[in-house]
Design a protein around this ligand. Structure first.
Ligand code: CA
Length: 230
C-alpha cells in the first residue's frame, strides 16, 4: 500500500446514503469526499481528480450518465454507478458510457467498500512479478506456461477454463460479456453459445471453491456478463 490514502469521490444527493457511504469508506481508511451535484463533481474532478468515483445515476442537475460521458472526455478514473433502477438498460448503457461497475440501491456499505477496493486494485500497479508469474490479488498467472494459481494453489484447468479466467484476469473487476469472453478464449467463437461460457464458468467456480475461495470471485451480472474479483 502507498502511504497516501486512496481518494474516493461520492456524488450522491441523498444525504442518508451519502453519509452511510462516507462513514463506511472512512472507516476503511479511504479519503472520501462528497458532493451532491453533477456539475460540482465535474469541476472537482477536473481540478483535483480522484482514485475512484461513486456516481449516483439520479442527480438533481446533470444525470449520472451525462456526468460520466463528460468525465470520460478528460479522465479515465474508475466510476462505480449507484442506481436505484434495477433494469438492464441502465446497466448496459452505463457500461457503454465507460463506467466500471454499478451497484443497485439498496446496497450494503460493506459491499460498496468491497467494490471500491476491487476498482483500486485493478488500477494499482502490479505488485509482484517473479519467474513469469504475475500476481493479481489472490490470483497469479503465468501466461507463457498457461497456468493460474489461486492463493498459491495451482488450478488444474482445461484449455477453455484457462482462456476464460485469463481473459477475466486481464481486467479484474471489469464486466465482460459472454461474447467478449468467447472472442478472447475460443478459436471458433461461432461454434459456441452463451451456454458454453456459463458451463465453463460453473466448472471454474467449483475449482476455485476447491482451492479455498470464499464467496464467488467470478461475479454474475445478469443480462450483462461476468466480472472477476481478485
Ligand atoms: Ca439520487
Amino acid at each position: 500500500m502507498s502511504s497516501q490514502p486512496a481518494r474516493v469521490l461520492v456524488v450522491e444527493d441523498e444525504a442518508a446514503i451519502a453519509d452511510t457511504l462516507l462513514y463506511a469508506l472512512r472507516s476503511e481508511g479511504y479519503a472520501a469526499s462528497h458532493c451532491t451535484l453533477g456539475r460540482e463533481a465535474l469541476a472537482l474532478l477536473r481540478q483535483h481528480g480522484a482514485d475512484v468515483v461513486v456516481l449516483d445515476v439520479g442527480l438533481p442537475d446533470l444525470g449520472g450518465f451525462e456526468v460520466c460521458r463528460e468525465l470520460r472526455t478528460f479522465s479515465q478514473v474508475p466510476v462505480i454507478f449507484l442506481t436505484a433502477r434495477n433494469d438492464e438498460f441502465d446497466r448496459v448503457l452505463g457500461l457503454e458510457l465507460g463506467a466500471d461497475d454499478y451497484v443497485t440501491k439498496p446496497f450494503s456499505p460493506r459491499e460498496m467498500v468491497a467494490r471500491v477496493r476491487a476498482r483500486l486494485r485493478r488500477t494499482a500497479p502490479v505488485a509482484a512479478e517473479e519467474g513469469g508469474w504475475k500476481q493479481l490479488g489472490r490470483f497469479a498467472i503465468d501466461h507463457d506456461g498457461r497456468r493460474i494459481r489461486y492463493d498459491e494453489a495451482l488450478l488444474d484447468l482445461t484449455r477453455y477454463e484457462y482462456a476464460l479466467l485469463a481473459a477475466l484476469l486481464q481486467r479484474p473487476g471489469a464486466i465482460l460479456s459472454r461474447s467478449q469472453l468467447m472472442e478472447r478464449g475460443w478459436d471458433h467463437a461461432s461454434d459456441s453459445t452463451d451456454r458454453t461460457v456459463d458451463t465453463h464458468v460453473k466448472t471454474l467456480r467449483a475449482k476455485l471453491r476447491a482451492a479455498g475461495a470464499q464467496g464467488e470471485p467470478i461475479r454474475t451480472h445478469r443480462g450483462v456478463g461476468y466480472a472477476l474479483d481478485v
